[in-house]
Design a protein. Sequence first.
Length: 256
Amino acid sequence: MNSLTLVFSDINGTLIDFDTYAYDGSFKAVQQLKAAGIPLILCSSNNKAEIQPLREAFGLHEPFIVENGSAIYNADGTLLWQGALRKKIQSAIQSIREETGLVFETFADIAPERIRQETNRPDASAELALQHQHSELVVTRFDDKDFQLLRIACQRHGYDAVRGKQYINITAPGVNKGSAIRRMVKYYLDQGKTISTIGIGDNVNDISMFKVVDRAFLVQLSRGRGWAAMDVDKLTRIPCEGPAGFSQMVEMLFGD
């Protein structure tokens, strides 16, 4: 098959419920994609250790994008591409603390119990959340002034600081979901495929994804908060949250 549609999906708040981490509402839709031969490529802020159990639960056998585009893994779990190593970022963070006087905590400084309390994750999931390999997460809440100070300091050291759904992500420069998707599209084009792309997510860290795909779908935020504010062309807003919104997107695809 030379023509191929790729579906790139955010995880938390899109494929799985943001609060309960349940995915029963999207499981059938994922199986529909698989039956139609449409690859579902997970594209998330989650790390490899968090994503692997979900891939197994859904029976997914495609490459996947981790840590907001900081790395891409092959279907067999081997590394396909990476922007940076977490250990090098952690070294830079120590220098940034000394240079700026900012006092802040990262995932490297906290225990799984803290993650469990802040995100309502199950204990095992909280352990996995700390296993980033290609980025670092700042858990301290910064006002705009201190965030700009952190961002500029990160740039001096060759890294980017970007606000995520809950935490600040420190990554290699230019890394985001959109740049990773471009790499994935090239990966398939190099196999002689003609590619069309679909992206689905729920929040502002998905904007870079929406800007590079052919069709973009935005589900509503959890807890009745409606759609995240964003100005993106060719964006279809789905009036459902999380897995229900993902399932509606799949229904729309097969209804075309």
